[in-house]
Write a protein that binds this ligand. Sequence first.
Ligand SMILES: Nc1ncnc2c1ncn2[C@@H]1O[C@H](COP(=O)(O)OP(=O)(O)OP(=O)(O)O)[C@@H](O)[C@H]1O
Ligand SMILES: [Mg+2]
Length: 365
Amino acid sequence: MGELNDSRHIHQRDILDNLSTAVVLLNTDLRIEYINPASENLFQISSRQAIGCPLDKVMFVDGEFRKRLQGAIQDLHPFSEYEACFTLPAGREIIIDYVINPLQMPDQKLQLMLEISHMDRHIRIAREEKLLSEQNATRNLIRGMAHEIKNPLGGLRGAAQLLERELPSEELKEYTQIIIGEADRLQSLVNRMLGPNNVPKKRNINIHQVLEHVRQLIQVELSDEEHIYFKLDYDPSLPEIMADQDMMIQAILNITRNAVLALDGNGEITFRTRPLRHFTIGHTQHRLVLQTEIIDNGPGISEELQEHIFYPMVTGRAQGTGLGLSIAQSLINQHDGLIKMKSRPGKTVFTLYLPLANTLENANG
Ligand SMILES: Nc1ncnc2c1ncn2[C@@H]1O[C@H](COP(=O)(O)OP(=O)(O)OP(=O)(O)O)[C@@H](O)[C@H]1O
Ligand SMILES: [Mg+2]
């Protein structure tokens, strides 16, 4: 029996050692008790150096992640997150999927098992590039269509106006007014479908002023019955950014308006800014990137919708045109940036990445 236990023990250890998933065992003080070779690789640290050290030694543990770990200890509940972004002590940034599992063995102290799958940088880059090129193709198609509608629409409206002048009775003018009104409605839709057309007028701007402006715009749009609270979590050390202020306002406004609608009169929106070092957007690595998050605690976005949310004409609302996010993405792309989204019920995060400092390298090269 003892032999069997032993051989099973060795066997399990072999499995852990050969796993391509990184595994870290922690005690309840969040100190490392074991790391497998995949973790050694990921964190570029030897098991000997890591054991006994706080988790902070291998990856930066922010307030929220600490709360998750402590929550798992307290409630004995597993927790998982998809595409979470962590900074390693050397400043390198990794995107990981992780699961926290509390392990309670009989007669042993509680341990936490952290299982990490690291999304390869190249896979992430390839995925982002595919996404961008698909979105571009769709956007061009929509723009082409909008362009084709625009001209005949102008003719239609003009003709209705001429006709109106010739009409003998006021009653009949009701009909031409409908044509003119609907043509105007279509015109503004078509203009939005054409999307941002101007070259950005870039100058040094302060992202926090942009966010404040958006917050004020939203606040005046709210009715007395709506209770939307704004939480501001700004990093004041952030430098200014070279960008077109109006375009930034438009992009952030589109995202924030969606959040307000999703909250349906009750909830919280957080604006959060942070610097990211050595971060890759598309295929270009930048020394410093501005990360701006717009977070709401609304119902979240359904999985089917999530996949295509940045495509034009994709909407989950009866009155929506589905252009807001596609326009926002296009505005940020024009600044060499990218918008990403992550959503679950109770937490939807739209993240804007904008380069702040010069390019480091071409990640493909
Ligand atoms: N924060 C959010 N929470 C929940 N759902 C969201 C959120 N943001 C966007 N959505 C969903 O994504 C859809 C697409 O948003 P988008 O802004 O592109 O278009 P729209 O709001 O429907 O129309 P438009 O902005 O053109 O008036 C929305 O209809 C909504 O269903
Ligand atoms: Mg919208």
